[in-house]
Design a binder for this molecule. Structure first.
Ligand code: HEM
Length: 309
């Protein structure tokens, strides 16, 4: 994105988490991006029913990256445990949290696993969804104005927290519609434990099955003018009238995304905060190209003009 002029406040994911001191943000991000690029290969191995330990281009580097990411996460947890701080950084909130029933706090291994999961499963997915939301709003200035008016009416100039987010219905619908057109996870995979049937189809044990979320979200039988951006599709009464499985950005069933509520909350709050203060417009001559990988990424980013409102 081209910033013109620059806003003084910056939102940094790793600050929010609680990574400080010698934490090397750039190195972490490079390792994370490389590690995520292995997911496509792992999907391919599954599709071909090949064992997941088979090497693929870059796999030894990716294994080193994953080790590094895990070790760095462990270091963040250890450093924050030593400070015994009670800040709003995510790692502090997790360190100080206790199970309401048993009173038990999380062990280090659980903390590391949860934080690692948040960074790997919850970072790029939400970032990509927000990027597409802004891009779609830049192409549809009427929706952008409507969103801005909603935020101004409901939040005024106040910070946007969880209570406000609940009332930002149209803003939430924009995020939902952006994830319909560009689902961050374009497909999810399964392998049955036993031979089974799926409708009229026989599926053998371990045979890979992919749910093509992208295709589902643009299916003509499920959506009117499926390629058009229309946040009103997610008005509550329309959602109720639709089959639960027509829309699966977070999956469904027992393995549904555990970060779904958190992701919707953070994305709605960030989108509302950005659009209230800035106008996003398209850059002439930019051609959209997809580069789907772990998530539905655009090649070369989504350049937009950003001007204060
Ligand atoms: C826009 C944001 C997000 C999208 C689109 C998304 C999408 C998904 C999808 C489609 C699945 C299901 C995968 C499957 O069924 O195989 C999933 C699972 C998961 N997500 Fe998310 N996710 C998002 C944000 C997050 C966040 C913020 C977190 C962490 C706080 C998170 C953590 C997880 C975890 C741990 C699983 C695995 C759950 C399990 O297997 O039981 N996700 N996500």
């Amino acid at each position: 994105m081209n910033h013109e002029p620059r806003h003084p406040a910056t939102i940094d994911f790793f600050n929010t988490i609680g990574a400080q001191g010698t934490f090397d943000r750039e190195r972490f991000l490079t390792a994370l991006t490389r590690a995520l690029s292995g997911v496509s290969w792992q999907r391919l191995l599954a599709l071909l029913s090949l064992p997941n330990w088979l090497p693929f281009p870059g796999s030894s580097q990716i294994n080193r990256d994953m080790r590094y990411l895990y070790d760095e996460t462990a270091r963040i947890v250890a450093a924050r445990r030593a400070t015994r701080a009670h800040t709003l950084a995510i790692v502090d909130l997790m360190l100080n949290a206790t199970d309401p029933e048993s009173g038990r706090a999380m062990a280090d291994s659980e903390l590391i696993g949860n934080l690692y999961g948040l960074m790997v499963a919850g970072h790029e997915t939400s970032a990509v969804a927000l990027g597409w939301s802004l891009w779609l709003l830049a192409k549809d200035q009427a929706s952008q104005e409507r969103l801005r008016a909603e935020v101004q009416e409901i939040a005024g100039a106040d910070d946007i927290g969880p209570e406000t987010v609940e009332r930002l219905q149209f803003t939430k619908q924009v995020v939902q519609e952006a994830m319909r057109l560009f689902p961050p996870a374009a497909a999810i995979g399964r392998q049955p434990r036993e031979d089974t049937t799926l409708g009229a189809h026989k599926v053998l044990k371990k045979e890979p099955i992919f749910v093509a979320i992208w295709a589902l979200h643009r299916h003509e039988r499920l959506w009117e003018s499926p390629n058009a951006f229309d946040p009103d599709r997610f008005a509550p009464e329309k959602v109720k009238a639709r089959h639960r499985c027509a829309y699966l950005p977070f999956g469904a069933g027992p393995r549904i995304c555990i970060g779904m509520s958190f992701a919707m909350l953070e994305m709605t709050a960030i989108l509302a905060t950005l659009v209230r203060d800035f106008r996003f417009t398209t850059v002439d001559g930019h051609r959209l190209e997809l580069a789907p990988d772990f998530t539905t990424r655009p090649r070369g980013g989504l350049p937009l003009w950003v001007t204060p409102v």
